[in-house]
Ligand binder design. Sequence first.
Ligand SMILES: [Zn+2]
Ligand SMILES: [Zn+2]
Length: 427
Amino acid sequence: MAAHLIAENRLADAIDAAVADVEPQLIAWRRDLHAHPELGNREVRTAGVVASHLRALGFDEVRTGVAVTGVVGLLRGARPGPVIALRADMDALPVEERTDVPFASKVRTTWNGEPVGVMHACGHDAHVAILMSVATVLAGLRDRLAGSVKFIFQPAEEMPPAGEEGGARLMIAEGALADPAPDAIFGLHVTSQLATGTIGYRAGPTMASSDTFRITVAGRQTHGAMPWRGVDPIVAAAQVVLGLQTIVSRQSDITREPVVVTVGAIKGGVRENIIPDSVELRGTIRTFDEAMRDDVHERVRDTAEHIARASRAGCEVCINKNYPVTVNDAELTEAMLPTLERVAGKAHVGVVPKVTGSEDFSFYQHVVPGLFFFVGITPPTQPLTSAAPNHSPLFYIDEGGLPLGVRALAHAAVDWLEAHPTAQRKQ
Ligand SMILES: [Zn+2]
Ligand SMILES: [Zn+2]
């Protein structure tokens, strides 16, 4: 693809004017969504707000109830052309808000049986408001659009409640990327690690795969004064924790990609003088390469099982594969860079380090080439090191950073459609 083709955009001025017009609504939507956060697979009100907006804009199709509460809207341009998809996630987190904004969440609910506060602590309220604004902007330009834009509003990016399915994987299973199938997909995430007015991107592996494990070390209960009469799972589990550290420090080629293995919970025993029957370890694994991901899983199993066996303890290892690596298509990333530089200014676009957090946007990228980039929302006067991270009860969005997100997605969608006049598929 010739990058110079999309360094200019015949609709650029019209897009920017429309973004300026929609800005008051963008902020109002964001504040309304922020005050009414909903957890994964429970985004009923949010989905209602989104669907009625898309219908009011005269979208050609608005599907609701996709993957429980997801909304998929289709906007056909007046002229034929390819299909580009834009995605926003809608769910909030079980976090009790501690910011002092006037529209702070006071919502409480239960999560996996526990009472919790609910907060848009990852900025998905901004993502929804941004994509609703892009819908307004592009609907106003549909007479001049060659091709279609698919708007994907996805639930449960932060994982559905225990025992439920949800998120991007289920959206795809329920046809979000079919009829019509998009030829590429874009998504963004607001981040407090970048200042307002800046865009961060990366080609190739960008965010980690995220898998969880549960290791049960089975010993034999005995009196704490007579350990030789049983099998002590506590000491065996402690050795397993240490052994797991060597998967990163001694066994993985960290010059290729980084790896993280974290044990986040140890449970076993009830009393100081009883050696318990078993100990449970829980943890998470992050990688940036699918082959390394499989390799680390195998090593976690081997390490735990063999160390436990050396103590004559039993061992059961259960690894849950959650999200794959978020990999930005290299060619697509390069092709869209002029767009990002045009909307933010070249000096305000930069390559960001890999993120060991994960994103289920990765599932879409397994089906179509995708680009997932970051938009800064920390006030320029605040040092980034002191900005509360995403998921913090103090997570704060400088709303002055949101119009750039609208411009970036709207320009990217139009640029991509204009650059692919021949990509039209049979629908
Ligand atoms: Zn998050
Ligand atoms: Zn998020």
